[in-house]
Design a protein around this ligand. Structure first.
Ligand code: MV4
Length: 503
């Protein structure tokens, strides 16, 4: 039984984990890079150790330094958070070899799910639906893949065995273009993961990305906490998530089936701790296993708000060898939660990261609002890490209430010093497609990319003049001049109308 936990991460998730440890009466140890000396996770921890310069590979990815800090500080457990070392089976194993509890799954489960071919084959054998494609655990050469492709049918996807997040992925529309695309996919995968192995799947077009949160203890009990809708994304970066999914809400049968399948997938690798099963769900509600994330996820809070389960508490309890406190039938989803990821980036300049000193921040709060963040007024955003600076999470009794709360909270949010994607979220919440819950993974790129509006401005001089005006107004919005929601006056009317139509 451990009493001191090292948090091998930074930013909002390190703070989130520190809070759980504090509530459970555990001592905490933070690690930080030189530019993170002033960071919130350093201030909130009982002890903090510098582990190197800003670049991740010299600090947060240094297993040796982190294990040395564990030794020096007397920590008996490590929570990896997400990103960095969270899904490295070798790190989980190194922790166990040091006699430390790893607050996450066993190395074997991380490894099995990390190899996408092994994952596919393992869950398929357990009766989990996978997208039709190549079968068997080994990698195939180009000739073998070219021979199988026509049986799978076009269009199809070439995916990297070591992949995830869309890297090394190629759409193939015909046999003729396939050899070149195989070469490109292998090259990209080799560069990104040091593994050029690929496999094939039939392309599912216009699908939604829906994931199921699972929890498993070390006594063989596995439950799920319902779904999260994650289709609002751009270039494989999620921007907003909701739970329940508007596509699953009202279809308890679909939720039960997806939940049971998710539990089966987790059990197939002997999964322990918190994990997430990702599915593609097509318009006919057929669902297919995509991959399993063997870590705590960025968007876990929306599940916490609708189920009342503190997922990080549970992770720690499970790692301490306790039994799950819930049976599946105890889990109820209540109300609606939405998370908007607030990124330091310029949505009107191709989402380029925005760095610099956060001169001033005013955070939203009030009923139904939670902000998970690692930054504060005076903090410097450096280019070393991802651009997520806060997660604005709201809860409402209904989806309409949650949307109105998120609108209100986005208006309250004031961030001076860097550009953020808050104006993007405001525009998204005003779109009728979003309000109706009618969107899939193509939605943001099709309707919200600057490219989309740029293309339409290419015609003639009048268009050029208009473009200047559009750019000017976009600049104003991007520079965080707070815009009041356009639906302010009619919110109540809108809410009652919306709920009448969508009950
Ligand atoms: C797919 C797919 C369609 N058909 N597989 C993208 C990243 C990786 N996790 C899996 N991905 C996809 N796999 C088949 N057979 C579409 C995607 C996909 C996607 C998936 C989830 C969320 C956003 C996405 C955006 C584009 C493509």
């Amino acid at each position: 039984m451990f009493t001191k936990v090292l948090i091998a991460n930074r930013g909002e998730i390190a703070v989130r984990i520190l809070r759980a440890c504090r509530e459970l009466g555990l001592q905490t140890v933070a690690v930080y890079s030189e530019p993170d000396r002033q960071a919130l996770h350093v201030r909130y921890a009982d002890q903090a150790y510098c582990i190197g310069p800003g670049a991740s590979r010299d600090s947060y990815l240094r297993m040796d330094k982190i294990l040395e800090v564990a030794r020096k500080s007397g920590a008996q457990a490590i929570h990896p958070g997400y990103g960095f070392l969270a899904e490295r089976a070798d790190f989980a194993q190194a922790c166990l070899d040091e006699g430390l509890a790893f607050i996450g799954p066993k190395p074997s489960a991380i490894a099995a799910m990390g190899d996408k071919i092994v994952a596919r084959e393992t869950v398929r054998k357990a009766g989990v639906p996978v997208v039709p494609g190549t079968e068997g655990e080994g990698g195939l050469n180009d000739d073998e893949l070219l021979a199988i492709a026509p049986q799978i049918g076009f269009p199809l996807l070439v995916k990297a065995t070591a992949g995830g997040g869309g890297k090394g992925m190629r759409e193939v529309r015909s046999l003729e273009e396939m050899p070149a695309l195989l070469r490109a996919a292998r090259r990209e995968a080799e560069a990104a993961f040091g593994d050029g192995n690929v496999y094939l799947e039939k392309l599912i077009e216009g699908a939604r990305h829906i994931e199921i949160q699972v929890l498993a203890d070390s006594f063989g009990n596995t439950i799920h906490l319902g779904e999260r809708e994650c289709s609002i994304q751009r270039r494989h970066q999620k921007l907003l998530e909701e739970s329940p999914s508007p596509f699953v809400a009202g279809d308890d049968d679909l939720r039960r089936k997806m939940g049971q399948v998710a539990v089966r997938a987790a059990e197939a690798v002997g999964y322990v701790n918190a994990g997430t099963i990702e599915f593609l769900v097509d318009a006919d509600k057929h669902f297919y296993f995509l991959e399993m994330n063997t870590r705590l996820q960025v968007e876990h809070p929306i599940t916490e708000l609708v189920t009342g389960v503190d997922i990080v508490h549970e992770q720690i309890r499970i790692a301490r060898g306790r039994q799950l406190r819930w049976k599946q039938e105890d889990i109820q989803m209540r109300g609606w939660a939405i998370e908007a990821r607030v990124n330091a980036e310029d949505p009107y300049n191709n989402f380029v990261p925005s760095t610099g000193k956060l001169n001033h921040i005013l955070m939203p709060s009030g009923p139904g609002v939670r902000v998970d963040t690692g930054v504060f007024s005076g903090f410097e955003i450096t280019p070393y890490y991802d651009s997520l600076i806060a997660k604005l999470i709201v809860w409402g009794e209904t989806r309409a209430e949650a949307i109105l709360r998120l609108r209100r909270a986005l208006e309250e949010y004031r961030i001076m010093g860097v550009r953020t994607n808050i104006p993007f979220h405001q525009k998204l919440l005003d779109s009728h497609r979003f309000m109706a819950g009618q969107y899939d993974t193509r939605f943001v790129e099709e309707r919200f990319s600057p490219q989309y509006s740029a293309d339409r401005r290419e015609e003639g001089e009048i268009a050029a003049i208009l473009a200047t005006l559009v750019a000017h107004s976009e600049n104003l919005q991007a520079s965080n001049i707070v815009r009041r929601g356009i639906r302010d006056t009619s919110n109540w009317k809108w809410l009652s109308r919306w709920e009448r139509v969508h009950r």
